[in-house]
Design a protein around this ligand. Structure first.
Ligand SMILES: Cc1ncc(COP(=O)(O)O)c(C=O)c1O
Length: 414
């Protein structure tokens, strides 16, 4: 018999790479105020890794409200789950404002997006139902499906004809089980930056009977005339049955919410196990999120600045010959080809010689031989940050193509 823990010795999920990468590529420490420039290993770098799209994470008006709320309520209040003793007027107030903002009858707060979504998926589906979901859906959706007893059919990422094929299969299946069909997609895909094709998905409802759940983590606050997200942007918000977003991105905070018709939200609040059996959002977060939502709604200048930066960065990268794929959101992936070792050398070069910090994605997250450097522009970046970054990317791409990066793991400076 083996010792249960034997298998963990000296090998994490990435084996030797994990040990060499920790502290530099994985679990790096960014220090200082959340901003366009932060300290990494003692030096200031331009940071492109934060989903602080609107720059609210560290806005002085918000910091003041956060501070006051922590002073007035402490971190504990209210204690317990919403249903038991963790419910307040201010939780309800924020829910009312969120529902109005995303044009839904009712909203319900979730203590974290990830757990919230796991339970939304789990609660909406029974063993008689079929979930039809995009192949690139976030882990929280996949994990909800893993937990659920429903049948699941996956469709190729953003491929409407494959989706239609899977919906037809699903409808045939529920003919036998007497269940329903739930299509699950995202407003914006966080790795590739392309919007879920919500409008076209909604058009399929003219032919097929299904319900639609949208995770709009990256669309909320960044897309649509008022910032209400991908449904507003694509003029189909009313067609989304269950709308979800997190406060962890545009709102620069913690927590999340789900919104829809009163009947479905009432059902969810009595069913989502991750909420029923866990503490509700503490008051400083509720008060802080009320303030953030107010700023998101009433100060369009943050979104305007974000988009000026997005447009300059994306058009500049394209003009410099870099491949940013199909993004139509602020998420800006730069696709390159090379091995993991070359990718580490390139990333180290960007950090140490150009003072640019961005996230690196390689195998096993994406296929072997591909490299993604993901840039997240925000309202607090400057044109100087952007122009410096475009020039740096042009140079590191040239070096990569010229095979100037050694095929040896670059340890960084730790
Ligand atoms: C698409 C998507 N859904 C859900 C989540 C989870 O949100 P939270 O960070 O609030 O748990 C994330 C966050 O990374 C996300 O990108």
């Amino acid at each position: 018999m083996a010792d249960l823990f034997e298998k963990f010795k000296n090998k994490g999920s990435l084996g030797q790479y994990q040990q060499n990468a920790e502290g530099y590529y994985i679990f790096p420490k960014l220090e200082g105020e959340l901003s366009n420039r932060m300290m990494f290993q003692g030096k200031e770098r331009i940071v492109w890794s934060l989903n602080n799209y609107l720059g609210l994470g560290n806005h002085p008006e918000i910091r003041k409200v956060d501070e006051e709320a922590a002073r007035d309520y402490g971190l504990a209040y209210p204690m317990g789950a919403r249903m038991m003793s963790g419910h307040t007027d201010l939780h309800e107030k924020l829910e009312g404002q969120l529902a109005e903002f995303v044009s839904k009858e009712q909203a319900y707060l979730l203590n974290f997006g990830y757990q919230g979504m796991v339970s939304i998926v789990d609660s909406l589906l029974s063993r008689h139902d079929v979930a039809v979901y995009d192949a690139e859906c976030h882990a929280c959706i996949i994990d909800g499906l893993r937990m659920s007893t429903a049948h699941r059919y996956v469709f190729k990422h953003n491929d409407i004809s494959d989706l239609e094929k899977q919906i037809k299969r699903a409808i045939e299946k529920v003919g036998d089980t007497n269940g329903g069909v739930l299509v699950i997609t995202e407003g914006v895909y966080g790795m590739s930056g392309d919007q879920g094709r919500l409008k076209e998905i909604c058009e399929l409802r003219e032919k097929y009977d299904f319900r639609l759940l949208v995770d709009d983590a990256h669309g909320f606050g960044t897309l649509g005339e008022t910032g209400a997200g991908a449904g507003e942007e694509q003029d189909c918000q009313d067609e989304i049955d269950v709308y979800f977003s997190t406060f962890a991105k545009s709102m620069g905070s913690i927590g999340a919410f789900v919104a829809g018709d009163k009947e479905i939200i009432d059902y969810l609040k009595y069913s989502m196990r991750s909420q029923i059996f866990a503490k509700s959002l503490p008051m400083p977060l509720v008060v802080g999120n009320i303030k953030r939502l107010e700023m998101l709604r009433t100060q369009p200048e943050h979104k305007e600045r974000l988009w000026k930066n997005v447009n300059r960065l994306q058009s500049g990268l394209k003009e410099a010959g870099l491949d940013i794929g199909k993004t139509d959101s602020p998420v800006t992936p730069v696709f390159m080809h090379g091995g993991i070792n070359e990718a580490t050398n390139l990333t180290r070069d960007l950090r140490e010689n150009f003072n640019i910090f961005c996230s690196l994605v390689t195998y096993p997250v994406i296929p072997r031989g591909q490299i993604i450097l993901r840039l997240i522009p925000t309202a607090v970046h400057t044109f100087e940050d952007i122009d410096t970054t475009i020039a740096a990317f042009k140079e590191v791409k040239r070096k990569l193509v010229a095979k100037e990066y050694p095929n040896e793991f670059a340890l960084g400076t730790v």
